[in-house]
Design a binder for this molecule. Structure first.
Ligand code: MN
Length: 441
C-alpha cells in the first residue's frame, strides 16, 4: 500500500481542544481541514482557519501568536493573509509539513496551548465562506450506478453509452454560482416541455433535485499545453468537500441534447465549507480496479499506485428536512447512504489526469465534481430522480409527507465521513441548503 502515514494519523492522539476528542467529532486532530470564515455579523476580512472539534483555529492570529520554524512560517504566510489558493499551489511536502506543525501545536500537552487558545473561534460564531477562488469548475459523471439508472430513464435500451467505460465523462460547470453550506437556493425558472405538449413553456422548474457528490480541489496546476501523468496526479490534488449539484430535471430533459447540461445545472452548486486534505484522507485509501470483464484503462489513465490505492473509502449520506418538519421541531430524516470507494468508476487521480490530458491548464483552487455517487441498490440512489424512479413513485417521509422532487422550504443536507479499523474517524461537516420559491416569471 502506498499510503503515506505519519504521526498525524495516530488514532490515539488527542487535542487540548476538548471538543475534538468526542468519538463522533467530524474534526478530530487527525482531520485539520481548511476553510474560510469571518466572525458572524462582522465585516472582518475573510480569514483562513482550521477546524478543530467545535472550534476554528484562526491562522491569521496563529501565525503571529504561535511559535513556528522558519519553514513553517513561510507556509503559513499565504494562510495568514487569507489566500488559500496560494497555499494550495505549494508543493505537497510543504503542505504536509504544515499539517504536522499544526497537529503538534494542537496536541494535548503542547507548549503552544496558552498562545493558541486566544486564536480559537467557536464554529457557531462564524460565518463560513466559499473557501478559495474557484477559477473553473468541472463536473464528472463517475458514479456508474447513477449513470446506469439515469441512463435507463432517458434511454431504456441503451443506458450506458459506449464511451462510459473508456472516458471519464464530464462537462464544464459554472464556478460563479458555487455557494457554501447554509445558503438558500432559489428554484430556477426554465424552458420546459410538458409531456405531450406541442411547444415548451417557461415556468419554475417542477422537478428540482439534488445530486450527492464529492468535490476535489486542485493543488498545484499545469501550464497550458502540459499534461499531468498519473504518477504525478496525487501531487496536484489538495482536498475534498461534499458537493450538491442542484439539478432541474425537467429543464435538463428538454435541453440536454446534444451538448449536455446547461441551465438545468448552472443556477447553483453547494459545497461543504471545510476542505478535508488528501493528507487527512491517506488512511482511507483503497485498491481500485475496473471489473475484469470491462475495458481496462488506457495506459495514460493507469498506474500501479492507482491500482493499489487510487480509491477512497468515504461514507456518504443525504438527509432531508421539510418546512413542515422544521416547524414541528422534527429532526432531518436520512434518505440514503452510499460509499464513494464502491460507486466511482474512475478515481480522483484519473479525473485530474484525464482533464489535463489534452493540455488543458488546471489552476490551484479549480474544483472537480465526482458526479452523483449512488450505491448499487435502488434505495441507495444519490438523487430524487433515482429514488422516485423518475418521479413515478414518491417517497413517504416519517411525518407522512411525500416527495418525488424537492418542494420550496426543503433543506437538503449531505453528510460524509471516513471510518476504518486502525484509523480515527474523520468527517466533512454538513453541506446543507434550503430551497426558496422561484421568482415570478
Ligand atoms: Mn452532477
Amino acid at each position: 500500500m502506498s499510503a503515506i502515514l505519519d504521526h498525524t494519523h495516530d488514532p490515539a492522539a488527542q487535542s487540548w481542544v476538548a471538543s475534538a476528542n468526542a468519538a463522533d467529532a467530524d474534526f478530530p486532530i487527525q482531520n485539520l481541514p481548511y476553510g474560510l470564515f469571518r466572525r458572524a455579523g462582522s465585516n472582518d476580512s475573510p480569514r483562513v482557519g482550521v477546524a478543530i472539534g467545535a472550534q476554528i483555529l484562526d491562522l491569521n492570529r496563529a501565525a503571529s501568536a504561535g511559535r513556528w520554524s522558519s519553514a513553517e512560517h513561510v507556509a503559513l504566510q499565504p494562510l495568514a493573509r487569507g489566500d488559500l489558493n496560494a497555499f494550495m499551489a505549494l508543493p505537497s511536502a510543504q503542505r504536509r509539513a504544515l499539517r504536522q506543525a499544526l497537529f503538534d501545536a494542537l496536541l494535548a500537552g503542547s507548549k503552544q496551548e496558552a498562545a493558541l487558545q486566544a486564536c480559537l473561534l467557536p464554529q457557531d460564531e462564524a460565518e463560513m465562506l466559499v473557501p478559495c477562488r474557484i477559477g473553473d469548475y468541472t463536473d464528472f459523471y463517475t458514479g456508474i450506478h447513477h449513470a446506469t439508472t439515469v441512463g435507463k430513464l432517458f434511454r431504456p435500451d441503451n443506458p450506458l453509452l459506449p464511451n462510459y467505460k473508456w472516458v471519464p465523462i464530464g462537462y464544464h460547470g459554472r464556478s460563479s454560482s458555487i455557494g457554501v453550506s447554509g445558503q438558500q437556493v432559489r428554484r430556477p425558472l426554465g424552458q420546459l416541455m410538458p409531456p405531450g405538449a406541442a411547444a415548451p413553456e417557461r415556468a419554475p422548474a417542477k422537478r428540482l433535485d439534488y445530486e450527492l457528490e464529492l468535490g476535489v480541489f486542485v493543488a498545484g496546476g499545469n501550464a497550458l499545453g502540459d499534461t499531468i501523468p498519473m504518477e504525478a496526479a496525487d501531487e496536484h490534488l489538495f482536498g475534498v468537500t461534499l458537493l450538491n449539484d442542484w439539478s432541474a430535471r425537467d429543464v435538463q430533459a428538454w435541453e440536454y441534447q446534444p451538448l449536455g447540461p446547461f441551465l438545468a445545472k448552472n443556477f447553483a452548486t453547494t459545497i461543504s465549507p471545510w476542505i478535508v486534505t488528501m493528507e487527512a484522507l491517506e488512511p482511507f485509501r483503497c485498491a481500485f480496479a475496473h471489473p475484469a470483464e470491462d475495458p481496462q484503462p488506457l495506459p495514460y489513465l493507469d498506474s500501479a499506485k492507482n491500482r493499489a490505492a487510487g480509491g477512497y473509502e468515504i461514507e456518504l449520506e443525504v438527509w432531508l428536512q421539510t418546512a413542515q418538519m422544521r416547524a414541528a421541531g422534527a429532526e432531518p430524516t436520512r434518505l440514503m447512504r452510499s460509499n464513494f470507494g464502491r460507486s466511482a468508476y474512475w478515481t480522483l487521480a484519473q479525473m485530474l489526469t484525464h482533464h489535463a490530458s489534452n493540455g488543458c491548464n488546471l489552476q490551484p483552487g479549480d474544483l472537480l465534481g465526482t458526479g452523483t455517487q449512488s450505491g448499487a441498490f435502488a434505495e441507495e440512489g444519490g438523487s430524487l430522480l433515482e429514488l422516485s424512479l423518475g418521479g413515478k413513485q414518491s417517497l413517504t417521509l416519517p411525518n407522512g409527507e411525500t416527495r418525488s422532487f424537492l418542494q420550496d422550504g426543503d433543506t437538503v443536507i449531505l453528510r460524509g465521513y471516513a471510518v476504518k479499523d486502525g484509523a480515527r474517524r474523520i468527517g466533512f461537516g454538513d453541506c446543507a441548503a434550503t430551497v426558496l420559491p422561484a421568482k415570478s416569471a
